[in-house]
Write a protein that binds this ligand. Structure first.
Ligand code: GLN
Length: 203
């Protein structure tokens, strides 16, 4: 079904990366997924997801397709965003080791692939009080390592070693892991709940 006016229209940046699982998660929580490749795909979106993938490739394609300014402008206008893994890197204000930030919107510093070789990919049950009592299963794939969280961002979850892996700042959510790779849709539901609502926390 498309163009159902009652269903929130949730964009998924679809220039590269793990798009399909987000599309399915949005459907599962009752949203209408819109794959975003060009600026015109951003029109009338209620929220936007920046998926996992390869942030260096995504950054190039975002610029090649002229998406940087229109996405930044959506965020300035208060449209909720969710960035997962590479998406978190795209949203970070600070990237360790010199990379230029893309949408500097989140008061945190990340190090790309910062979990190191032995933990290249791993899974962990995460305590996320904002999502209720049941732990959220986190799938980490060459995940960014959050090296610092500033006062404007709120930590929603930490890995078993205490490193932040999910944050919220105003209407922006970001995770170092891939919430779209499990059947647990609570994070996508949280994004939908942020649609059309005043920001609980000023950005
Ligand atoms: N390692 C990737 C990067 O630096 C992110 C990996 C992912 O999104 N699964 O962009």
């Amino acid at each position: 079904m498309t163009d159902d006016p009652r269903r929130p229209r949730i964009g998924v940046l679809a220039v590269q990366g793990a798009v399909r699982p987000h599309v399915e998660a949005i459907r599962a929580v009752g949203g209408e997924p819109i794959e975003v490749r060009l600026p015109r795909d951003l029109v009338d979106l209620d929220a936007l997801i920046l998926p996992g993938g390869e942030s260096t490739t995504m950054r190039k394609l975002i610029d090649a397709y002229g998406l940087r300014e229109p996405i930044a402008s959506l965020a300035r206008g208060g449209t909720p965003l969710l960035g997962t893994c590479a998406g978190m890197i795209l949203l970070a204000e600070r990237i360790a080791d010199g990379d230029e930030p893309v949408f500097p919107l989140l008061d945190l510093e990340v190090r790309r692939n910062g979990y190191g070789r032995q933990l290249d990919s791993f899974e962990a049950d995460l305590d996320v009080p904002a999502l209720g009592e049941a732990p959220l299963h986190g799938v980490f794939i060459r995940a960014p390592f959050v090296t610092d969280v500033g006062p404007r961002a709120e930590v929603l979850a930490r890995d078993p070693d205490g490193t932040p892996v999910a944050v919220r700042q105003g209407r922006i959510l970001a995770t170092a892991f891939h919430p779209e790779l499990t059947d647990d849709t609570r994070l996508h539901r949280l994004l939908l709940e942020m649609v059309g609502r005043g920001a609980g926390h000023p950005a």
